[in-house]
Design a protein. Structure first.
Length: 119
């Protein structure tokens, strides 16, 4: 396998952390087309087809660049995940199982009435 240039490693690092092409382009101040083209060259050079293969390569061949302190994009995604989980827990506390049973019972009674009328 061929080695990557510094520019390719920089882009591969963001992709390995899970950043999209647009996020990578924004962080590096480059055009998304430049990032896509460079990424295409990386995949061709390393004979990869998927970003997961590139991520594994980066964590094995360049572990010094893949330290958690260097997490380029993960903090944002982690924060969004945490906010989503808090919102889901809050919603679950608002809708108690007893409330859900009342809705189900009401629907059942309505369905029975509809069946009786139709017969």
């Amino acid at each position: 396998m061929n080695t990557l240039t510094n520019r390719e490693i920089e882009i591969a690092e963001y992709i390995a952390w899970g950043a999209s092409v647009d996020e990578t382009a924004d962080k590096l101040g480059r055009s998304p087309y430049t990032v896509k083209n460079t990424l295409r060259n990386i995949y061709a050079k390393l004979h990869f087809n998927k970003s997961t293969e590139l991520a594994a390569y980066m964590f094995v061949k360049h572990p010094e660049r893949m330290i958690i302190e260097n997490d380029k994009i993960g903090n944002v995604k982690r924060a969004i995940s945490a906010i989503t989980m808090i919102a889901l827990i809050f919603l679950q506390l608002l809708v108690q199982p007893a409330d859900m049973m009342r809705v189900r019972r009401a629907r059942t009674r309505t369905a029975r009435r509809m069946e009786y009328v139709e017969e």
